[in-house]
Design a protein. Sequence first.
Length: 307
Amino acid sequence: MNRRPDLLDIRRLRLLHELSLRGTLAEVAEALHQSPSSVSQGLTQLEHDVGVPLLEKAGRRVRLTPAAEVLVEHTAAILERLELAASEVAAQRSEAAGTLRLAVFQSAASAFMPQMLTELAARHPRLRVTMSQREPEQALYETWMREFDLVIAEEYPGHAARVFPDLDHEPLTTDLLRLAVPPSGDPWDHITSVEQTAGLPWTMEPVGTASRHWAEQLCRRARFEPDVRFVTDDLEAQIALIESGNAVAILPDLMRVRRRPALRVIDVDSRRRSVFTATRAALSQTPAIRACREALAAVVPKDLAVP
């Protein structure tokens, strides 16, 4: 009688899958909270299990062999089905419980997360929510990579967020992006448009962020290159620079929901920024995800307008 082949260890297969996504053993080890040596040993044992080489040297890195690519493709499907199976079992419960890992960008975190968490704690006391601040594109990637369960992200007008397969998107709200200038004094009193800020100091987020790209394009459409003197991803720091008469900036209305800073805002574009939630499709119907989305819908208006 033919001997039944041993089943492959899903933990070792996941190491290979993570390596295909992250590129280095060190990054896999960090993501999975293991040592690089244990990751290397696991991959070596997987090679022994399948009986063919899975990795080959490529300079200082390693590269997956064709056999490894086959395994990675099947492992991705297996991991998705395992998550879906766990989610369907969880969906049989009526109560949201356990831990939900949430990623959120700064203006959303300050605008409505405190109220949302209070609402959630009152309705679902057995649900534990952890929150981490992330740039939206990074958070979408990390949610796809199973490092977060739900992300609150944004899309600037004409600047679509990167698309990741199998992420379930749900609209949350929209807000306007306005030119924010100091409340009074020369030359701030006379500013009524972006064009009039040419030559004045600006504060923006770092290069590469969607907000920086959008603000720069706004200035370039006005036929000037902005004098960006202050670079920070902390929007509260940007507000402090504006309030003290040191800079102008483009601020989303979300930053003025909980506190009305001492600055003047000017409409510059009628297009609205979109804010949405995203989760892996396999998780979308679990009680925890539904509870979070329902709590957000209860505290966040569909379209924000802060005068």
